[in-house]
Design a protein around this ligand. Structure first.
Ligand code: NOJ
Length: 515
């Protein structure tokens, strides 16, 4: 049977900023439920929710203090269950964000582990045996906390200094305080994380986007032990929850897919050259036509090869860690970027607000966002107060919204047949109709990406779709061996595909069914 992921188009929701249903200035779960029909109208049929659990919010919720309880500011566990049910009723799936690598310093496990008295949590985090003995300098450890507890030891952190690293052991052990990956304490951490997954899957969630999935085992050359750990998690899920999905924030699909993840993300960090396309001095999708997609294509091909042709890399329009796409591309350029994003393999991810070209704002840091804060501002629904995001006084909003004239809104975008929103809706509808365009379809690039246009063939069974994109303002042409059978989609003017040659006007896209 076809897996639901193959046909999924995701919408990422940063819950703080989506829709505030109770007027306290911050988004919440009942607010998301109220807006499901909006997301469905765009065509998305799956959600990824950033962490919505109890947290001191030093890293916007990626510092979890209770994995099994919804943060009161978002609502209750029952609200989250209602969200699952309401989504399922609409044929949508919901992924939660699992943060297995670290907790907040406020997590009861961590508090217990700080005690000088040995207890069941003493080995839950990575502690050295003396405060004078350093835990840093090992791969996958980003720093340490020292002198913070009665316990004599330094403790490793995974990201910010208030995010102590959970202990899954070391692949290579060079100090006595380092646990083996199969030590009782490391195995107990695994079990605890497995229980967290089971807890939410039992309540109706469909799977997890896994934060920093590649970083769990420390000093792990080639990620070998981390891969094994995920293989075991996947075996467990396959038995207990066969439909549950795991998507990794890893950026190395050969490793993550070997670990049993269904798909991996192409990210703003790592080797993917994702940024060359959208966010650099000369993005490929800018109409100036000075960009290059060559390194991206080369890495993409390499990754497909290393994953036995599966690829299954999710290319997001953006996320809560990147600058907004709109900072680099205008709305017309974004249409072509979305024609690409929505016609590539892997499940596409639309970051909330990108569908209306929300801008990247200059904002001082909120909840550990720093430059990321500018991409986390409230969703702009309509022209009412606070863009319809919240009934709270403006100074109580989670982040101050875009105050500039002409700030886009969903209501205006939906009403305008020429908007980016409408273009995205058309592209998603086509993707839903054509198996060749879906996540598991094949892809073959017919160009090296050094020039324009960008041309690739998508396939599923006997279905072949030729995707031709010319983001540059200048006309472009290339050799193309396919003969068109039917035009499926076009944007901008239409060129030609005949006599072994493809010609395209500036800033245009064409999808052809080909023989
Ligand atoms: C990646 C998340 O996407 C990011 O927002 C967070 O700050 C770090 N991981 C740490 O959990």
């Amino acid at each position: 049977m076809e897996h639901w992921l193959n046909k999924s188009v995701f919408y990422e929701i940063y819950p703080q900023s989506f829709f505030d249903s109770n007027g306290d200035g911050i988004g919440d779960l009942p607010g998301i439920i109220q807006k499901l029909d909006y997301i469905r109208a765009l065509g998305c049929n799956a959600l990824w929710l950033n962490p919505c659990f109890v947290s001191p919010f030093g890293d916007a919720g990626y510092d979890v203090a209770d994995y099994c309880r919804v943060a009161p500011r978002y609502g209750t566990n029952e609200d989250l269950e209602s969200l699952f049910a309401s989504a399922h009723k609409r044929g949508m799936h919901v992924l939660l964000d699992l943060v297995p690598g670290h907790t907040s310093v406020e997590h009861p496990w961590f508090k217990e582990s700080c005690s000088a008295r040995p207890n069941p949590y003493s080995g839950r985090y990575i502690w050295s045996s003396s405060v004078w003995e350093d835990v840093t300098g090992y791969p996958n450890i980003s720093g340490s906390l020292r002198g913070i507890s009665p316990r004599d030891g330094s403790v490793a952190v995974n990201f910010f200094s208030h995010q102590p690293a959970l202990n899954y052991g070391f692949a290579r052990r060079t100090a006595s305080w380092q646990s083996a990956v199969d030590s009782p304490e490391a195995l107990a951490t695994r079990r605890a994380m497995r229980d967290v997954m089971a807890f939410w899957l039992d309540k109706g969630c469909d799977g997890f986007r896994v934060d920093m999935a590649g970083s769990l085992v420390k000093d792990d050359e080639g990620s070998r032990e981390t891969i094994k750990l995920w293989q075991e998690m996947r075996r467990y899920l396959d038995e207990a929850y066969p439909d549950a999905v795991l998507l990794s924030e890893w950026g190395e699909p050969d490793k993550s897919l070997a670990g049993g993840f269904h798909m991996d993300f192409l990210l703003h960090f790592g080797t993917s050259h994702y940024m060359d396309l959208f966010r650099c001095e000369h993005p490929y999708f800018s109409r100036e036509g000075k960009g290059s997609a060559a390194a991206f294509i080369e890495t993409y091909r390499y990754n497909r090869q290393r994953t036995g042709g599966r690829g299954l890399m999710c290319i997001p329009s953006g996320n809560h860690d990147m600058e907004r796409l709109r900072k680099y591309l205008d709305e017309e350029e974004m249409k072509l970027a979305f024609a690409f994003l929505l016609s590539m393999p892997g499940a596409p991810f639309i970051y909330y607000g990108d569908e209306i070209a929300m801008r990247h704002l200059a904002r001082t840091s909120v909840e550990g966002g720093y430059f990321r804060t500018g991409a986390r501002s409230p969703m702009q629904w309509d022209d009412s107060a606070n863009y319809g995001f919240s009934a709270a006084p403006a100074d109580k909003l989670y982040i101050a919204p875009d105050e500039a004239a002409g700030a886009p809104t969903a209501a205006r975008a939906m009403a305008d047949v020429h908007s980016l929103w409408q273009e995205i809706r058309r592209l998603i509808a086509l993707r839903m109709e054509m198996p060749a365009l879906q996540a598991e379809g094949g892809v073959e690039f017919l160009c090296d990406g050094d020039t324009y246009p960008l041309v690739y063939l998508r396939t599923a069974g006997s279905q072949k779709v030729l995707v031709c994109l010319n983001p540059s303002a200048q006309p472009a042409s290339c050799v193309c061996p396919y003969a068109p059978a039917r035009l499926l989609y076009s944007l901008g003017g239409l060129g030609g595909l005949a006599g072994g040659k493809l010609t395209m006007p500036g800033q245009s896209a064409a999808f052809w069914a080909v023989e």
